[in-house]
Design a protein around this ligand. Sequence first.
Ligand code: AMP
Ligand code: GLY
Length: 432
Amino acid sequence: MSTTHNHHFKRQIHYLLAPIVTIVAGPQKVKVLVIGGGGREHALAWRLAASPSVTELHCAPGNPGVINLGTCHSSTDYVHLAEHLSIDLTVVGPEAPLVAGVVDQFRALGRPIVGPNAANAALEGSKVYSKRFMDKLGIPTARFETVDSAEAARAVFPKFRYPLVLKTDGLAAGKGVIIAQNQAEAEDALTQLAYPMVLEEFLEGEEVSFIALCDGKTAVALEPSQDHKRIFDNDQGPNTGGMGAYSDSRILTAEQRSSILETVILPVVRATQFTGFLYAGLMMTPNGPSVLEFNVRMGDPETQPLMMRLNCDWAEALMASARGALTGNDLRWNPNPATCVVLASEGYPGTVINNRLITGLDKTQHCQVFHAGTRQTEAGIVTAGGRVLGVTALGKTLRESIDNAYAGVAQIHFDGMQYRRDIGFRGLRRLQ
Ligand code: AMP
Ligand code: GLY
């Protein structure tokens, strides 16, 4: 038997025996590696550290918030790291390693990992690919045209009304979308965004982040959440990576959730054997949900409130995804809502000023402060990026979770600190 076959054979046996071992010996004990170093990864690591089945937690690169939970590593050779540390389960936070094929590398060695392969990561990596794919599968999305040049774009302008949405093809960290109010702005966008480009109709409604954990055959929905993409209160100013998020069960009814799972998520899973997190950015239009974008990972900052609400052994559910063994009944949630307020650096979302001392981190109560752009120095923890911290809290009501989060925010200070004062308020208005 060749080494590869032998390896494959051992893997098969391992997969077949795993459920029996679980019944006889209780939950499997696992060593976990989280790839990434932002607020999302701190929240993932924090929940994993509380999982009964996790014996060791590693993060690459991690951040100062993760240091108290496990070991941080600077290596970007994730496969080597996992081999060296005998990691049982790896979870990928950001999209870049997924697009670069980290899942393919792990799978070639038979190492369990949560995430899509590089081919499926293109759903996020390329808007043109993702729109054509949705069209082919009949997944509801805004009517669109793809163009390779300014002339081609001008030729299809008459097919649209204003506002018109223009999107660049590749990964752009939330900065590749322009909503043009008139033809002059559309002309301007043609010079600002790279080609190829997607032009699409503007949709109105409430945005919802719908994330599902997939195992190649089936999928289980996480609780719904809502992001706040603009930098200023009342959704004013430029787009950011996300200035805050809340998760509340009432965002979607049970019927809406199962319909989104059936019409948006499962068609993708069935057509591509999708594994890992599939995040549909939805617009809830009067004609039903419509997909604005697919991401192939969890959202940041949506992960922060979601991890506060998760109420089961996270590592066990993730292992089921990596093994193709989801049952559809793998997750349990705290019914109470959670809210995350992002504290950002001066200058964000443009060029930021770093190295500002952060005070008050030890004074917060009734909340979790997830680190993102922070750095440990001899003087203390300083700012080191655009989004610095995500102050996240549960509450018996949405209002209480918002108040708890802002009470935490009030304890924290760094020069130039920016944050929105209205995170969750859309939810307060809409959800009665
Ligand atoms: P995307 O990167 O495709 O999610 O776009 C970023 C943001 O632009 C979304 O979160 C929406 O707020 C807005 N957006 C994108 N596409 C549309 C659309 N077709 N209609 C209205 N708003 C949109
Ligand atoms: N919060 C939006 C995203 O993670 O893409």
